[in-house]
Design a binder for this molecule. Structure first.
Ligand code: GDG
Length: 768
């Protein structure tokens, strides 16, 4: 069979027949050397959305429209996706159309290139883009809060334009499409799309840093922004730090905690991770080798003469630390006068946002500093700073990269910074030194660079000297390592990593999404109970038979529950097992009067009808002596936390600890105990505001399996609400009814909303 020509219905047929998930079938196709993106076409399209389209539409002198493709990394990386099949890129084309005819003409032309324009008015651009995006979010996210403006008109426009993007996306999207949204201009878009297309797969990537909670909380619209982005299935950042700041903001502002970057938003799993973006390595390497670049290099070298060169390239922005860099160069020439006349700084500043006050002021500051330094040190045959306030074609840029002995990349804050990566990729001779700010995301990957704090001017000054004096062997050694890293983690790798993960997350969600037990299913269950001769019920207690209470002791059974359990246990041929994490004494005290059976402490203790409590064989308790002192350390340094000792487990509770601190300490405990636990045959479980340590061989599933295997059962029902009940569900035979209470992510077959619904189902069984 030619897999490349297989139709969509046939693929679906194969998936259903062999019970393959989307992820599994992808793996099969990859093995068959089929093209990855082909599957996306067959299963649904990919829709990319960003503020700007990967093309700039402008008006030429005669008033006609011109289309100039963007050379940016994102456009290159995603080029292989949006141009394929029916995929599409949605975004603003960078122009205000004069009339409908013009707009139509552009739309048709862009449509041929798989692009769909979102048309925005001048006022929308002013308030949503220049306003909220660049004067509110940009300064806040780059820790320049003194420049942040909190204007209601900006926010209203931001909401309105995000809605406009949503309308355009929804007009073209289908449920089985994959939508990848980009950057801070579109924070609200995931939530808006989710509302219209609840089951579509949505990824979001933030290209700028995500600030610490203390800074993010300053935004008056912080909650709406987080709620919006949490409409995604997968949220990506450049670095782990950005990701952890985001998770902390979500936990403190939306009160949603996470486990290893996974969180639950309205019953849907959202995954958060870091995906450091790479560059199109081959493009920069081959541009650096091109004859055009070489001839430009020769030309520039001839005019510069025999001197060392340092290079910096940035867009004009306060986050780039341009004035500080100039002051550092001044300090360097002052402290090390032997370099006067021997080394120049070539500084390319690309014009940007010059209608905004801060940027105009910045430009003036830079002009002044350049003039002052050139006036102070310059001579007839030597200029300290070659300053260009404009952009250059790629071949010029490549020539600059080739010529620079040192690249000085010292932003005050930068999501990633691609210039430093491009410099490394362009160094075909493996010479050259990169000085890189630790505030740039790229510093996390390029540890072979000289890493500096741009605020420590003396440190950077001395780093320049070190760089200029570095031996060739050392330069080559560092450059080789950085090149190998960037070659591997290039832009295509980044795109594939993100998209594969998005498919994976979606697939996991499908598998974990259980059907709600609706009226028809409930009727079927009751009917089956009535007809069966040998029935077994596993009922979890907290969160299943009773709702959660702040104090665990307050969850004792009420009259209604006593009555339900009593009548249920009295039914003929029916065994009812209460299967709980609670200790055996509490279960006995609360429910001992009924004809029930019990599993206590998640399986440590079991009690069959008319039998005494029994514990699993060979359960050892001696480990407690080693683990208790560790937990006590955490109690001592975490006010509000306490240890609960069960017969065969120790539990560290943190529900009364300051928000955030408890989660932090629980992580610390878990990593503290990780190795210890493996050696001692223990498991460390994260529960609802608890960390529980117990023997590895104990869990609810193992305890339940004993009942299931010893009886000839024709009806089994298991109901539970938390992670420990998943073990019970997994231990059940296929015909069993398994029901998850609360959200619908579970290995159970069905789900129910709350304990009230569980009680009503049990009442129905009693009546049968
Ligand atoms: C966001 C984040 C993150 C610069 N001057 C010229 C020119 N450039 C090119 C460079 C480079 C790009 O512009 C600038 O790179 P950045 O990393 O600053 O990217 P941005 O898109 O501005 O910013 C940033 C990035 O997103 C990716 O996620 O790294 O932190 O702020 O590619 O080469 N290109 C040409 N002439 C120039 O004069 N042709």
């Amino acid at each position: 069979m030619d897999w490349r020509n297989i139709s969509e219905p046939s693929l679906r047929d194969i998936m259903e027949r062999y019970r393959l998930s989307k992820c599994e079938i992808i793996k099969v196709l990859i093995c068959l050397e089929s093209h990855f993106w082909y599957l996306h076409d067959a299963m649904g399209r990919t829709i990319i959305v960003s503020n700007r389209l990967p093309v700039k539409v402008s008006r030429d002198k005669k008033g006609g429209l011109r289309y100039k493709p963007s050379e940016g990394g994102l456009a290159t990386g995603l080029g292989s996706i949006y141009r394929e099949g029916d995929n599409i890129w949605v975004g603003w084309p960078g122009i205000h159309f004069d009339n409908i005819t013009e707009e139509k003409e552009a739309s048709e032309k862009l449509r041929e290139e798989n692009m769909k324009p979102v048309t925005l008015t001048e006022q929308e651009i002013e308030l949503y883009y220049e306003g909220f995006s660049n004067e509110t979010l940009w300064p806040t996210f780059h820790y320049f809060t003194q420049y942040a403006l909190y204007k209601k008109s900006y926010w209203q426009a931001y909401e309105k334009v995000n809605q406009k993007f949503c309308d355009e996306v929804v007009a073209v999207a289908n449920t089985d499409d994959t939508i990848w949204l980009h950057d801070y201009q579109l924070f609200l878009l995931p939530g808006m799309i989710r509302e219209k297309l609840p089951n579509v797969s949505i990824g979001f990537f933030l290209h700028i840093p995500f600030p610490s909670f203390e800074v993010f909380r300053l935004l008056p619209w912080r909650r709406q922004l987080l709620d919006g982005v949490l409409g995604s299935d997968l949220i990506g950042f450049h670095t782990y730090d950005d990701m952890r700041h985001f998770l902390s903001a979500v936990s403190r502002i939306c009160f949603i905690s996470n486990q290893h970057g996974q969180l639950n938003k309205d019953g849907r799993t959202v995954e958060v991770d870091s995906f450091p973006m790479g560059i199109d390595y081959d493009k920069y390497a081959s541009s650096s080798a091109s004859p055009d670049t070489l001839s430009r290099e020769v030309k520039y070298r001839t005019s510069l003469g025999d001197q060392k060169l340092m290079l910096s390239i940035d867009r004009l922005d306060y986050s780039k630390g341009i004035p500080a860099r100039l002051q550092i160069f001044d300090l360097f020439l002052e402290k090390y006068p032997q370099y006067v006349g021997k080394v120049s700084l070539m500084m390319v500043v690309v014009p940007s946002r010059d209608s905004v006050d801060q940027y105009r002021d910045l430009k003036e500051e830079v002009d002044l500093l350049v003039g002052r330094i050139n006036g102070k040190y310059g001579s007839v045959n030597w200029t300290p700073i070659h300053y260009f306030y404009r952009s250059f074609p790629l071949n010029d840029l490549s020539a600059f990269y080739r010529m620079a002995d040192v690249a000085l990349v010292t932003p005050m804050r930068d999501g990633m910074n691609l210039v430093c990566k491009e410099y490394v990729a362009s160094r075909l001779d493996k010479r050259g030194v990169l000085i890189l700010s630790e505030m740039a995301g790229a510093s996390k990957e390029l540890s072979e660079a000289i890493i500096v704090n741009p605020n420590d001017k003396h440190q950077v000054r001395d780093a320049i000297k070190r760089a200029l004096e570095m031996t060739e062997e050392e330069q080559i050694r560092h450059m080789e390592i950085m090149q190998a890293t960037l070659k591997k983690y290039n832009i295509h790798h980044w795109v594939k990593l993100f998209m594969d993960r998005l498919v994976d997350v979606f697939d996991k969600q499908q598998k974990m999404t259980t059907k709600i037990l609706d009226d028809t299913a409930q009727q079927k269950l009751v009917e089956s109970f009535r007809k069966s001769n040998n029935k077994l019920l596993f009922l979890d207690y907290d969160g299943t038979l009773t709702a959660f209470t702040p104090n665990p002791r307050e969850a004792s059974p009420d009259e209604e529950l006593h009555e339900i359990l009593d009548l249920l246990a009295k039914k003929e041929n029916t065994e009812v097992v209460v299967i709980s994490g609670r200790d055996k004494n509490t279960l006995e005290e609360w429910l001992g009067q009924h004809n029930l059976e019990f599993v206590a402490e998640h399986g440590v203790w079991v009690k069959s009808k008319d039998q005494p409590w029994k514990t699993s064989d060979n359960l050892d308790n001696s480990w407690k002596e080693d683990i208790r002192p560790v937990l006590e350390i955490y109690v001592n340094k975490t006010p509000g936390s306490f240890i609960e000792e069960k017969d065969y487990s120790l539990v560290w509770h943190y529900r009364k600890v300051e928000t955030g601190l408890g989660e932090l300490r629980s992580r610390e405990i878990i990593s503290h105990l990780k190795y210890l636990a493996v050696n001692m045959n223990l498991q460390v479980l994260e529960g609802n505001m608890v960390v529980e340590i117990k023997n590895l061989e104990v869990n609810k599933g193992k305890a339940a399996a004993k009942w299931v295997s010893t009886n000839n059962l024709d009806f089994i029902l298991a109901i539970g609400d938390d992670a420990t009940d998943e073990d019970t569900f997994k231990a059940m035979p296929e015909h069993a009814y398994t029901i998850k209470v609360g959200d619908n992510r579970s290995a159970a077959r069905f789900s129910m909303k709350e304990p009230k619904a569980v009680r009503s189902l049990l009442k129905q069984l009693i009546e049968e």
